[in-house]
Design a protein around this ligand. Structure first.
Ligand SMILES: [Zn+2]
Ligand SMILES: [Zn+2]
Length: 196
């Protein structure tokens, strides 16, 4: 595994800036991978890992960078729970570890560097140095990754009779005897509406 410093340099390039969230995200991913004994997530072990992130903030980019898990590879799953937490799942062993950043870490950062005025500078310095147990809590968990969400799973391709759009991965459901895409079947949960 690359060093914290090397990963932070890469995270800064990928994310556009270095921030406390990047440092927390890199360390969170390193801790998860260490527990799973996954050494080379972007190389030899790249088919083993699926990561669930529970927030879409700076740390999320850092987690994706360290793990190599990406939306486009179906290995990064987003659960919008607003929590600084992520679960790392080893598909090879079916083990999972959920890591959550401790609320108390902010307080620790303040106590460690009271002379630094900027809260983000305080956190950036402290989050490099504090121990894993000062920053995080983790638990072993079981995750039943939906086979339809696995990387490499192709599923059926389907053409929605109502909107005419193609749908991958079997993402369609039956409504009144008709098979429809999710947007046509459940207009009430659609995130968009026609603008006309
Ligand atoms: Zn950031
Ligand atoms: Zn449709």
């Amino acid at each position: 595994m690359e060093s914290l410093e090397t990963l932070l340099e890469k995270a800064e390039v990928a994310h556009g800036h270095l921030c406390a969230g990047q440092i927390l995200g890199v360390r969170m991913a390193l801790l998860g991978l260490k527990q799973l004994e996954i050494e080379d997530p972007r190389g030899a072990d790249r088919k083993r890992l699926v990561t669930y992130v529970e927030i879409d903030r700076c740390a999320t980019d850092a987690i994706a960078l360290v793990t190599g898990c990406r939306l486009g590879k179906r290995t990064l799953k987003f659960r919008d729970w607003g929590k600084m937490a992520a679960t790392f799942v080893d598909l090879a062993t079916s083990r999972g570890v959920r890591v959550v950043a401790l609320e108390s870490s902010r307080e620790l950062a303040r106590h460690k560097y009271p002379e630094i005025e900027s809260k983000s500078q305080q956190q950036m310095k402290a989050y490099r140095e504090l121990s894993d147990s000062d920053l995080f809590e983790f638990d072993w968990v079981k995750v039943d990754v939906d086979p339809a969400e696995l990387p490499g799973q192709r599923g059926e391709r389907f053409l929605c009779p109502r909107c005419g759009e193609g749908v991958n991965f079997g993402r369609f459901i039956e409504r009144d005897g008709e098979l429809l895409c999710l947007a046509c079947a459940q207009p009430e949960v659609r995130y968009w509406r026609p603008d006309r």
